[in-house]
Design a protein around this ligand. Structure first.
Ligand code: NAD
Length: 513
């Protein structure tokens, strides 16, 4: 019970002390150096994974490329059936995988389960989508001609993911890519390699049971250098990369240099605008969950609250009171609200942010600090902090991946709040709390929020899989998950068929021989 059943979970997911994979194909995790995965929960070594060398990578790519030749010929609804089976397996393994996510990454067990639920949901979505990969038909300008468009798979899709959603982000990509007919090569974050192993084991079981090539789902392990094998590889037409803006700028250039496609899901600097017409109780719940959930390590975490001066003190007091009730500790213990940061490096960045905001003239209303002593041995537990700041502070303009919330004051009209909200480099998630229809509509209008996600009376975090997910500006512009995000995983082809005995040219051009 001390380890909350984590050993049993690891066993059921096939995660061993050293994960080498099998000696062939896509499950060949690697023959390189060992990557050790330490839990931020208790600082213990969980297991080790062999990293992927260039030679290993070549083998994986061969396996993937050859699997594509089989997979693309399978009708899309049959591919959907495989993804449906994968979702069933995830349902079976939900508790174990949720626990591993919580233990390896540090988010609460509830959020770990939520991540696996998101995987199940996107698989269900993808199974339905497999019968709806529609193209349009158009009227040809030429008599006796038919014109339409169709979508074909791209080939090998490279997925690079971040530590904070160690399983869901992969599934957002892979479930759609699979029904589209693509095969996937995944490089999970080097900070959460065991989540990658567990997912790959589950996927492999499904493909094996259906006598399908294992290369449909491939896993490679390592840091940015292993990621670079893919970003530089012309055999990988699409790179879907989730992580920091710093990483996205490098990956975008690498992929563009070979005219490949990239789908980028990068950092956010998300704000909630709180107007005089806001429901304060809802605001506090939304803001606190948004700021401290996943210990502030969601791309959609609430970083800034832009509060009207008339209710500023009231909101501030309510937040300070709410923060007093937060319980920080082992995320597998469901009575705790806030778990650890991913590692000590993240703790240092958190500390730096608190120093920076004070140096720039800010005021800490909830002080924060690093926790030590029993239960906090990993050194990764920090207290969520709240700082009063100015919108233009450098530290406020920057995404600090930790539970630090900045309170900003606005006066006058909602336009002023919208200006503050948009005046950052990032453009992922945004929200307004108001019961005033005019304010809400202005926030959603063409002159409103410039983010990929704009919510009314909901916080910034916790998107549903049915919508397209992603953001503008330095967030990278990519869209994943629901709506028509599937199109990025396919190539569009326009087809014109002449069923006459004449050959009329387009635009009425005459060419008589
Ligand atoms: P990170 O940028 O350090 O790493 C992300 C991934 O990119 C890792 O797998 C890493 O190995 C790889 N990588 C780094 N440099 C690379 C390079 N030059 N070439 C190829 N691969 C490279 O990010 P992180 O610390 O793991 O995650 C936190 C960041 O991710 C935050 O900024 C957060 O906002 C962002 N994020 C965004 C979304 C989104 O959907 N917009 C979702 C989750 C996380």
């Amino acid at each position: 019970t001390v380890r909350f059943g984590i050993d049993k979970a690891l066993e059921s997911l096939g995660v061993k002390a050293v994960n080498e994979g099998t000696s062939t194909g896509a499950n060949h995790f690697g023959s390189g150096d060992l990557i050790a995965s330490y839990s931020p929960v208790d600082g213990q070594l969980i297991a080790q994974v062999k990293s992927t060398t260039k030679t290993d990578y070549e083998k994986v790519l061969e396996t993937a490329t050859s699997a594509f030749k089989t997979w693309r010929l399978m009708p899309a609804p049959q591919r959907g059936e495989i993804v449906r089976q994968f979702a069933d397996k995830l349902r079976e393994k939900k508790e174990a995988l949720g626990k591993l996510v919580s233990y390896e990454m540090g988010k609460s067990y509830q959020e770990g389960l939520g991540e696996v639920q998101e995987m199940i949901d996107i698989c269900d979505f993808a199974a339905g989508l497999s019968r709806q990969l529609h193209g349009l038909t158009m009227h040809s300008e030429r008599p006796g001609h038919r014109m339409y468009e169709q979508y074909h798979p791209l080939g090998v899709v490279g997925i690079i993911s971040a530590f904070n959603f160690p399983v869901a982000v992969w599934s957002w990509n892979t479930a759609l890519a699979w029904v589209c007919g693509d095969v996937c090569v995944w490089k999970p974050s080097e900070k959460t390699p065991l989540c990658g192993i567990a997912c790959q084991n589950i996927a492999s079981e499904v493909f094996k049971a259906n006598n399908l090539p294992e290369g449909i789902s491939c896993l490679i392990n390592g840091d940015y250098q292993v990621g670079e094998f893919m970003t530089k590889d012309t055999r990988v037409p699409l790179i879907s990369a989730t992580g920091s803006t710093r990483m996205g700028k490098i990956v975008a250039q690498e992929v563009a240099a070979r005219l490949g496609k990239s789908l980028l899901e990068l950092g956010g600097n998300n704000a909630i605008i709180v107007t005089p017409d806001a429901d304060i109780k809802m605001t506090v719940i939304g803001a606190v969950f948004g700021a401290v959930g996943t210990a502030g390590q969601r791309c959609t975490s609430t970083r800034r609250l832009i509060i009207h001066e008339s209710i500023y003190d009231q909101v501030k007091t309510a937040l300070v009171d709410a923060y007093k009730q937060l319980r920080i500790g082992n995320p597998l213990d469901q009575t705790n609200h806030v778990g650890p940061l991913i590692d000590v490096e993240a703790v240092n960045l958190y500390k730096k942010a608190l120093t920076a905001v004070v140096d720039e003239g800010g005021n800490l209303v909830v002080e924060g600090g690093v926790l030590s002593g029993e239960g906090y041995e990993s050194g990764c537990y920090v207290k969520p902090a709240i700082a009063e700041a100015q919108p233009e502070f450098k530290i406020v303009q920057h995404e600090t991946f930790a539970p630090v919330l900045y309170l900003l004051k606005y006066s006058g009209d909602v336009e002023n709040a919208i200006d503050i909200q948009n005046n950052v480099a990032q453009g992922l998630s945004s929200a307004i709390m108001t019961n005033n229809l005019r304010e809400a509509e202005r926030f959603l209008s063409v002159a409103g929020s410039d983010c990929g996600i704009a919510n009314v009376n909901i916080g910034t975090s916790g998107a549903e899989i049915g919508g397209a997910f992603g953001g503008e500006k330095e967030t990278g512009g990519g869209r994943e998950s629901g709506s028509d995000a599937w199109k990025v995983y396919m190539r569009r082809q326009t087809n014109t068929i002449n069923y006459t005995t004449e050959l009329p040219l387009a635009q009425g051009i005459k060419f008589d021989l």
